[in-house]
Design a protein around this ligand. Structure first.
Ligand code: FIX
Ligand code: ZN
Length: 418
């Protein structure tokens, strides 16, 4: 039955069913194991104060930023609910996401009753709610974003806890590469004999730090977000640390490095976590990295729509480059559709089309429900085109392909699977 060729008129339905039911490896989130306590965000207030919605609400209310930040979380949530859901229709992607999530959890969004929604979440414990959200999202495992530079997080790792195999770790190193002058004294305080000057001893100590933390958290990969003006090679501390410490460590440990390119941090600092923007990256830097370090594996996503095509072309040139995700401002249905179509047309199935970037546990549900729908539409179009050539499109092969897109290709790239 599975090997049977699908009638062209059934392709849309079959693809939709397979895409909706294939378990996902979510390769980048900001979620945590419950062992991290308050770092794991969930529930309706956290959904509402998501920084995507904070930024949108600031467009309507006229509260001075410092007054907004002085409000408690429920007060901020009330204000965002009022401005974005009650005073006007919640049609933006981030607003729609809240409603998709609540509906999937079985809540009645028609009543628009925020106190009742709050009440409903009180019955849950984080440990059980994780399982419920993973189930509803169809996510079998996910990668957290783990920073030794976060005081609260570091102490939990140092103390140790029983790992949940569904929640893998990824070592985030932005402060190391982006703020070396401030980070060097921190490493020194932790017992690494480093010097701001980046001499040989310092480089080997930075490597010792990376080894210790990769090992401690059992990192699946290392990760950094970089601004539009990132260049390579260069005399910057960032480029030098990358070349001399991070990439050699990744080569020796067999770990990929994820580069998230094109974020302009704090374009409007008054908005705090909602204040970051986007800029066009110089992908020449990435081209030189891929060419110069064939033994390194680069997982790459770009924030600027205008960088997506060049990134796909680069991936055709370098097998040590794996393209992933429609990141942040790219994660809106129109751009996911355009980007996914371009990727499938240029690099076929050798891509991980999406990650959730969920910051709030419940968001897994909407991020994946929305993405699955768009990906299914584009894939159905591609299999229909194939069928028109006379190629036999089978259910088993579609399932195989979708498994690749939803984690299999990532695992193969990382070297965990052939
Ligand atoms: O750097 C990142 O990993 C970004 O995803 C975040 O910093 C950003 O705040 C975010 O949540 C985007 O979706
Ligand atoms: Zn992220």
């Amino acid at each position: 039955m599975n090997a049977a060729v699908i009638e062209p008129s059934r392709i849309d339905d079959v693809v939709e069913t397979i895409v909706a039911s294939t378990p996902i490896v979510d390769i980048h989130t900001h979620l945590y194991d419950p062992a991290f306590g308050e770092l794991l965000l969930w529930g309706v207030d956290d959904l509402l104060v998501y920084h995507y919605l904070v930024a949108e609400a600031f467009r309507y209310h006229d509260l001075p930023a410092e007054k907004f930040w002085a409000l408690s979380k429920p007060q901020q949530a009330d204000l965002i609910w009022e401005e974005l859901f009650l005073r006007r229709s919640p049609i933006s992607e981030a607003c729609r996401g809240v409603l998709t999530t609540l509906q999937a959890l079985g809540l009645d969004v028609r009543r628009r009753d925020l106190p009742a929604l709050r009440q409903w979440f009180k019955q849950w414990k984080a440990e059980d709610f994780i399982t419920r959200c993973l189930e509803l999202a169809g996510v079998k495992s996910l990668c957290m974003t783990n920073s030794p530079f976060d005081e609260v997080e570091r102490l939990v790792w140092e103390k140790g806890f029983r790992r949940d195999e569904r929640l893998a770790a990824a070592l985030r190193i932005d402060p190391l590469l982006m703020a070396w002058e401030e980070t060097a004294p921190v490493l020194a305080r932790w017992g690494y004999s480093v010097d701001p000057a980046l001499n040989g001893k310092t480089i080997s100590e930075v490597r010792r730090f990376l080894e210790a933390w990769s090992e401690r958290i059992k990192a699946r990969y290392l990760m950094v977000s970089l601004p539009p003006n990132f260049d390579f090679p260069s005399d910057s501390a960032c480029a030098r640390l990358l070349e001399d410490a991070v990439l050699p460590h990744c080569r020796d440990s067999g770990l990929p490095i994820a580069l998230m390119l094109g974020v302009k941090r704090q374009v409007n600092p008054q908005l705090r976590g909602a204040g970051d923007g986007v800029g066009l990256s110089n992908l020449g830097a990435l081209e030189r990295l891929c060419a110069r370090f064939p033994q390194n594996k680069f997982l790459v996503t770009v924030l600027a729509r205008e960088n997506q095509h060049e990134l796909c072309v680069l991936a055709r040139k370098f097998r040590n480059l794996h393209v992933f995700g429609c990141w942040w401002f790219m994660n809106v249905p129109g751009l996911v559709e355009e980007t996914t179509r371009m990727r499938l047309e240029l690099i076929g199935l050798s891509v991980t089309p999406q990650h959730s970037d969920a910051r709030v546990l419940d968001q897994l549900i909407y991020k994946w429900q929305h993405s699955r729908r768009v990906i299914a539409g584009v894939l159905a179009e591609k299999y229909s085109d194939l069928a028109r050539t006379g190629w036999a499109v089978t259910e088993a092969e579609i399932r195989r392909d979708v498994e690749g897109l939803f984690g299999g290709e990532f695992e193969r790239f990382c070297g965990n699977r052939s």
